[in-house]
Design a protein around this ligand. Sequence first.
Ligand SMILES: [Zn+2]
Length: 151
Amino acid sequence: MSDQHENCFVVEGKLALPYQYFAGAIGSRFLNALRDEQKILGQRCPTCGKVLIPPRGTCEKCFADLSDAWVELGQTGEVTGFTVVHHQEPHYPLPPPFVVALIKLDGADVAFAHLVAGVAPEQVKVGMKVKAVFAEKRIGSLLDIAHFAPV
Ligand SMILES: [Zn+2]
């Protein structure tokens, strides 16, 4: 008597797939400002006043339209949380170990995720002040900010 599960195999694998998507009008404006002007744009909600990044169509708190609510954010901010990545994958932006942090830019009310480099991972701390370091070759990607480094 055989158990049906003994004859079934689940093969696990991983794929790194190339893909593309349209960033939309709002995402495109954000990425163009990063690429062409080295500016980090956020949006100030006209209803609740919250300053959000990355940009979006509506406020996450009160659902107000944010399509014309652009503000330029500071290029410095504070680490509000982080993790050290030790695992290696071919599509990761840096060799491990590297730091992925939540960074609250000056002028923003929310943090967004980005890389912290230029410092040993064990020296990264919550509350650390960091500054955007732009990539020399910018292509219209969140990685046009190469990483954030300690101020
Ligand atoms: Zn709002």
